[in-house]
Design a protein around this ligand. Structure first.
Ligand SMILES: Cc1cc2nc3c(=O)[nH]c(=O)nc-3n(C[C@H](O)[C@H](O)[C@H](O)COP(=O)(O)OP(=O)(O)OC[C@H]3O[C@@H](n4cnc5c(N)ncnc54)[C@H](O)[C@@H]3O)c2cc1C
Ligand code: FES
Length: 290
């Protein structure tokens, strides 16, 4: 199990109420929100998330997508809370708790310098943050980015911008072939691996079926994979047990959301998730697809 040494109990229990400083439309269904939360910004590492309280609607988990003196998250519009979020304007108030959960563990030894980062669909936020930090730490970074179509490639411009700063190769794939390869983020990763498989680690976030297929691919190359998982969350701090996956009682909000994929073998990974009531639902995906 990956460590979680980043907890600051007062920060995770008490929401900070803070105005939205900036809103940018990133794709037709995703907007990025910048807020000021210095205590979160000081501690956050790539892979961690915040519980974002949308006044009058709900409190929902959102990965941290960037940190400078301010903090950014990017929300796709899918239901009540995210629809309300998309209606908010600069200056409107949100509540945030965090940083929550663990983060990606970067390789330590100098010879382990090349990282593969894979983002599919709405999985770009923690991967964009990981890319920025990895470059600052001196890693060489390759990125595989996938989406249904060109317009949905989240943070595409940002990843392209990093090409001059430390992203060595950026390969994109779209389900409809409107940009890059015809296929998924796993096809983009396959392309990168075919040309140079010398990666010391891979960090990934995206639909769970994609993560399972990526895991099967990387096992062939013996490349260690860390995946960021999503489960329905209520408390976000390990108290309610709603986000438990069947692996020694691990809670995605507390022991995760980032897990070492090889430890997930006996868990719910790629098999079942839970709805808002706690009922188990099978995860459907094509295991023969790449
Ligand atoms: C650790 C983590 C990080 C996430 N990071 C991002 C991100 O960076 N960007 C992004 O767009 N989305 C992210 N999500 C998903 C996001 O939390 C949901 O899309 C959001 O909660 C939907 O809320 P809603 O009220 O708009 O939709 P609803 O209509 O309430 O739900 C739509 C679907 O969203 C999921 N969902 C709803 N509420 C929750 C909840 N409390 N916890 C988890 N899933 C929920 C369920 O699968 C549900 O079927 C993340 C989820 C987790 C667990
Ligand atoms: S959401 Fe309550 S334990 Fe994870």
């Amino acid at each position: 199990m990956m460590g979680n040494d980043n907890y600051n109990p007062s920060a995770i229990l008490r929401p900070i109420v803070t105005p939205i400083l900036e809103i940018t439309t990133e794709t037709p269904r995703t907007k990025a929100f910048t807020i000021s939360a210095p205590s979160i910004a000081k501690e956050a590492v790539p892979g961690q998330f915040m519980m974002v309280w949308v006044p009058g609607i709900d409190e929902i988990p959102m990965s941290i997508s960037n940190v400078n003196q301010d903090i950014e998250f990017a929300a796709a519009r899918v239901g009540d809370a995210t629809t309300r979020l998309h209606e908010l304007k600069k200056g409107d108030l949100l509540g945030v708790r965090g940083p929550l959960g663990n983060g990606f563990v970067f390789p330590k030894t100098p010879e382990e310098k090349i990282l593969l980062l894979v983002a599919g669909g709405c999985g770009s936020p923690p991967i964009a943050f990981a890319a920025a930090v990895a470059i600052r730490m001196g890693f060489v970074v390759d990125v595989a980015l996938g989406a249904t179509r060109k317009a949905e490639l989240l943070f595409y411009k940002r990843f392209k911008g990093l090409e001059t700063q430390g992203v060595r190769r950026l390969v994109v794939a779209t389900d409809d072939g409107s940009e890059g390869l015809l296929g998924t983020a796993v096809d983009a990763a396959t392309f990168l691996l075919d040309t140079d498989p010398a990666y010391s680690a891979c960090f990934a976030c995206g639909p769970e079926g994609m993560l399972v297929n990526l895991n099967s691919l990387l096992l062939k190359y013996s490349i260690p994979l860390q995946v960021s998982l999503e489960r329905y969350m209520k408390c976000g701090v390990g108290l309610c047990g709603h986000c438990i996956i069947d692996m020694e009682g691990s809670r995605v909000c507390h022991e995760g959301p980032v897990f070492d994929a090889k430890l997930l073998k006996e868990s719910d990974f790629g098999k079942v998730t839970r709805d808002a009531t706690g009922k188990k639902e099978p995860i459907q995906f094509d295991s023969n697809a790449s």
